[in-house]
Design a protein around this ligand. Structure first.
Ligand code: 0WD
Ligand code: CA
Length: 378
């Protein structure tokens, strides 16, 4: 196992005195007022096809098509087609930021915000920011984020932790099926064309993805990030993305008030963080019974999720999430001092501990591909 050098030892020119920098994650430290978060605007999009090939268009975007609300509720068999009509993505392939960088390479000349905007921005996946937002409340899974500065821009790309890798490789069969069921729900709720109906007879191929690319700003941190979007609602009040997008989720059917409370405290936090970042106004949840059938649907407006925990001592607070994320981005901006695409500052966090940093040159942590670095260096 490769160990990162201590920053102070590795970089004698680093004039910062004292111990290696670290950052605490306790919620109490981040409970100020809600920070500025610019309304996310869509800069563009791209699609990944059934072979995971990149296309600079919206060909993989699907259309929200819920079942008619008259009569009974839905009765979606989420286990249908498993495993024979399932083409799961190869999770051994580490894509890093590659697809997003491909989009950026094609569009960097047309970015709004004025000259130099990109040089001051942070580029990452939405999912990485989601993990930052939920960190002050996370008690189970740690994370590692690799950071490189290149031509001013700070790039953040997640690294699978050894624990996450071990868990993935030992994923129990029931959990594999549960993952399939989430994608199967999308198939029951989405049509390929506006106005047509879902077709659950086909295959579920998780290589296929539609990704929106957005611009936002958290505090004084300009952001360019991309997130996978489940579908667009052709009947949404606004046709302007991202406000016409819908996020789909499945969850276990709940019966007792205690089960609902736990759902609000844990799951809604993750749903909120993910959809709030991208500016998705509604999350549509399908609740499955123990037999794997969706029997009810409920729409959770993103901006109303906090209400379920506002008066809960053990609830979460959006301000804490956003303040922590802003503080981490400042920490990262101040730590990643050298502009070098082959240099990686690895930020590591485990629940109950502060965020720590180590510094690495080239493999295995460097993540900015040479095709990107060379094209941008010209
Ligand atoms: O290589 C990596 N370490 C990762 C790559 C980690 C996370 C994401 N990605 C890439 C994938 O290429 C994926 O297409 O990012 C894309 C999704 O980006 P995101 O929107 O930033 O990720 P996130 O918000 O965590 O997930 C959104 C959806 C998920 O939906 P649910 O409802 O389960 O949150 O993207 C899917 C999943 O459907 N998804 C992935 N698909 C393929 N590979 C992955 C993944 N690793 N993670 C989430
Ligand atoms: Ca989803």
């Amino acid at each position: 196992k490769r160990r990162g050098e201590n920053i102070e030892v590795a970089e004698p020119r680093n004039k910062l005195p004292g111990p290696a920098p670290s950052m605490p994650t306790d919620p109490a430290l981040y409970s100020g007022s809600f920070p500025f978060y610019r309304r996310p605007s869509e800069l563009g999009c791209f699609s990944l096809d059934a072979q995971r090939q990149y296309h600079g268009d919206a060909q993989a975007l699907r259309y929200y098509s819920p079942p008619p609300t008259n009569g009974q509720g839905p009765n979606f068999d989420l286990r249908d087609g498993y495993p024979d009509r399932y083409q799961p993505r190869d999770e051994e392939i580490r894509e890093g930021l590659d697809h997003l960088l491909r989009w950026l390479l094609d569009h960097r000349g047309q970015l709004e915000g004025g000259p130099g905007w990109l040089a001051g921005a942070i580029v990452t996946w939405r999912g990485h920011l989601t993990k930052l937002l939920t960190t002050p409340y996370e008690r189970q899974e740690g994370w590692q984020l690799a950071a490189s500065r290149f031509q001013g821009t700070l790039y953040l790309s997640e690294v699978e932790t050894p624990a996450a890798r071990a868990q993935r490789l030992a994923r129990p069969p029931l959990l594999r099926e549960l993952m399939y069921m989430g994608y199967k729900f999308e198939q029951y709720m989405c049509a390929d064309k506006p106005g047509s109906s879902p077709d659950p007879s086909g295959e579920v191929n998780t290589n296929v993805a539609f990704c929106s690319v957005l611009r936002s700003r958290l505090g004084n941190h300009p952001l360019l990030f991309s997130g996978e979007v489940d579908c667009i609602d052709p009947q949404a009040p606004s046709t302007q993305p991202p406000t016409c997008y819908v996020e789909l989720k499945t969850s276990k059917e709940m019966h007792s008030p205690g089960q609902w409370r736990s759902f609000y405290r844990h799951k809604l936090l993750k749903w909120w963080a993910q959809s709030f970042l991208l500016g998705i106004p509604n999350v549509v949840a399908g609740f499955r019974n123990p037999e794997g059938f969706i029997c009810s649907l409920k729409t959770f407006p993103t901006m109303e999720m906090f209400e379920y925990v506002r008066n809960d001592r053990d609830g979460w607070n959006p301000s804490v999430c956003m303040n922590f994320c802003a503080a981490f981005l400042s920490f990262a901006q101040n730590t990643v001092v050298q502009d070098d695409p082959r240099l990686v500052y690895l930020f590591s966090w485990e629940p109950g501990s502060p965020v720590t940093v180590s510094k690495h040159q080239d493999a295995p942590y460097a993540f900015l591909p040479t095709w990107y670095v060379e094209a941008v260096t010209q």
